[in-house]
Design a binder for this molecule. Structure first.
Ligand code: TYD
Length: 208
């Protein structure tokens, strides 16, 4: 897939530790892009296809070996790229995904300690020529994220992890952001909703 092809759509992903608030803001980004005349496809991982949603249910609720977990994330992603992401980009649509491969590096790599080389190999297998054009990383300190999660819902397998797990996930996200050459934009999600929206507008500006 040629990233310079003007007719190709753009691929934007949303990342952050659980409770960082990304779900609150995806709708706003959809509205901004649609307001700018883009056709937007909104999707998520794990999931995004009928098979992927079945895998999501397994991977978020069943105990399993950490490599099984990583393989299922990438199995769901393989289906998602083939069925949803690549066709939409080829049609010139903008794809917004609530999580993508950065989450595997942060959660299975940073959080669970899976060897990064194995994740590199899976990434190379599943989407060798596809990377997000822009990744919005919603960042908050752990205590803020924990308080938000506790207030909003019943927790899945990942959300029940301990604080040190999320500290490693967050550190890996920030490490990747620092090395991303500008692809990953860190959004300070401790700000008010209005403040976050301004930061999102600024991050999207070069693409509009
Ligand atoms: P999340 O995106 O937070 O959805 P919801 O807002 O509905 O809870 O939940 C997905 C969980 O899956 C999240 O805890 C991170 C985890 N995850 C991984 O561990 N690895 C991955 O590759 C992906 C895509 C998600």
């Amino acid at each position: 897939m040629n990233h310079n092809d003007a007719t190709r759509g753009r691929f934007i992903t949303f990342e952050g530790i659980d409770g960082a608030g990304k779900s609150t803001h995806i709708g706003h980004v959809i509205a901004l892009l649609e307001g700018a005349g883009k056709t937007v496809v909104s999707t998520r991982e794990p999931g995004g296809t009928p098979l992927g949603e079945k895998l999501r249910d397994l991977v978020l609720h069943e105990k399993m070996h950490l490599e099984t977990e990583a393989l299922l994330m990438f199995a769901s992603r393989r289906e998602h790229v083939a069925q949803v992401i690549a066709p939409a980009l080829a049609r010139g649509e903008w794809v917004l995904s609530d999580r993508f491969t950065d989450a595997s590096f942060a959660y299975q790599g940073g959080g669970r300690g899976l060897d990064r080389a194995k994740l590199d190999a899976l990434e190379e297998w599943v989407h060798p020529h596809l990377q997000p054009d822009l990744t919005l990383l919603f960042d908050v300190p752990l205590d803020v994220a924990r308080a938000r999660l506790a207030a909003t819902r019943t927790l899945d397998k990942f959300e029940m992890e301990q604080a040190d797990f999320f500290a490693r996930v967050r550190a890996e996200y920030l490490r990747r952001a620092a090395q991303s050459g500008g692809r990953i934009v860190v959004i300070d999600s401790t700000q008010s909703i209005a403040g976050v929206r301004m930061a999102l507008q600024a991050a999207l500006e070069p693409w509009l």
